[in-house]
Design a binder for this molecule. Sequence first.
Ligand code: NDP
Length: 246
Amino acid sequence: MSTDQRKVAIVTGASRGIGAAIAQRLGQDGFSVIVNYAGDSATAEALAKQIKECGHRAFAFKADVSDTDAVKKMFDTVVSEFGFVDVVVNNAGIMELSKIAETTDESFDRQVAVNLKGTFNPLREAARRVRDGGRIINFSSSVVGLLPPTYAVYASIKAAIETMTKILAKELRGRNITVNTVAPGPTATQLFLKDKPQKVIDEFTKLAPLERLGRPEDIAGVVSFLAGPDGGWVNGQTLRANGGIV
Ligand code: NDP
């Protein structure tokens, strides 16, 4: 087991986008960072290497968050290698948009598996294993407030995640562990930009009074606050980070 006493953070879905920015930021903040991913080993390994080259500590770990055994194994490995877990960021997610009338069973099941069960699995392990004084941060979306057409399945699952967050915050009473949700607005990542015509991207860009899309670093800064010393009194909340769209 490692003798390094740095706090340990697991970030799910950290090979790119918001999760990658969170992994980089938590590395800078002094955490040993587990860069979780499901698909792209090369990107995740490259990110871990880049974080290490900046003098921080990072390790890539492949585990599909929808797979209960794989998630359990990831936590087992982290605890046996590092001795403890202090922060879990449940960031992994996919987004598939369609009107309810046109939504297929496959799309519904995929989003429930990755976004709902894929949040629940690491959340359950976090509830069991995060050290006293730790932080758990889930991911919702500002579409829970905006409720645009075609977002029904995605937004409903995110609303469920906000509900689980508030309940777990109460269940962990007495252990000085905070559980919060970050709900970004449109953020310039593959998940948001993929398959969107430029006209639609331009419309989203103008939605916020701050008149730009979110950047992964904007969201990483919010996670850093919640994971760090200044965030310790925020508990059971949903923090919308969206430039003011809702
Ligand atoms: P990206 O698509 O850019 O990145 C998603 C990450 O999740 C990738 O690293 C991907 O890696 C990983 N991932 C996907 N499926 C799984 C899985 N089953 N198990 C483990 N990892 C997985 O998305 P964003 O960075 O944009 O989104 C991050 C979070 O923020 C999501 O929860 C999303 O819903 C939320 N969000 C994003 C917004 C936006 O506008 N971008 C707005 C509001 C919320 P790989 O494919 O290699 O597994």
